[in-house]
Design a protein around this ligand. Sequence first.
Ligand code: NAP
Length: 306
Amino acid sequence: MIRLAIVGLGKIARDQHLPAIEKTGGIELVAIASRNATLDGIPHFASLDELLASDVAVDAVALCTPPQVRRQQAALALSHGKHVLLEKPPGATVSELAPLIAAARASGRTLFATWHSRFAPAVAPARAFLAEHAPRAVSVEWKEDVRVWHPGQDWIFEPGGLGVFDPGINALSILTHILPAPFFLTRATLGFPENRDAPIEAALDFADSAGVPIRAELDFLQTGPQTWDIHVETDAGRLTLSLGGAKLFLDGKALIEEPEAEYPGIYKHFVDLVARGASDVDLAPLQHVADAFLLGRRIVVAPFEG
Ligand code: NAP
């Protein structure tokens, strides 16, 4: 049985991690390390340092803090011989992952950089479909209202918080998993509110080596219906993943409509990785975001007051 501590008991920890841990065999929650938040009946520590100095035995930590503080927490946990599960994105930079991967390898511990959208029910079937039917063009619309989904989360517009790429990286995590060929950024425009340090909108063009065009539009100010859709034109018709990978359609006909189970999938995989002494760290989605910051043309848009 893996004895797990959650670090950073915020929105995603409460909404998804707690119920998923409850449902997963082979893992149990034994502690919380969070500066302010506590959970009835579970030992609480104000920091990871305090937890590691205590007599509560833990084998693993799930880091559900904002990305800007995760590297230091992951390094500390690995140096104490703990397995580490990282919320997405795995860090505030791409390069900060290399020492963590090396530390996990050296200590024989598991490092798992989660991409929760890859566990959505339509993603594996879409990948299998696209292995048989080559994509001809791809378009992504990832448009949600930050005021609804991230109320009061100032870190998201601070450096390293990724802004609209915080949800947008989920689309990139799906694309990098389902498309049969690697792709690369060719052009990007990022809209930064004049009072913030991270973009609130982005338009991205990618291509693969065969020239298949991939267009992604990200918006963090979407009112009305929220859109998390990926469309892929193929020789067999138009494949659509909608609702963040929950549903799959071919030419409008439903192929997959299953209940959401991303986080139970994440924890099942984590238990399996620990049992096998393996790690799972794919940096491709974060690399694409870094490329957008490198290549993207920056425009200034209206201030965001939250
Ligand atoms: P959140 O609600 O702000 O929760 C993060 C928690 O971490 C905070 O409640 C806070 O708890 C702690 N924390 C904040 N700043 C910290 C700091 N500087 N140092 C140490 N601890 C700090 O954020 P969230 O929405 O749960 O997102 C956390 C991560 O999960 C993000 O990377 C996000 O991309 C990912 N995620 C979020 C969602 C979602 O729907 N919200 C979905 C999937 C993935 P204390 O004040 O108690 O320390």
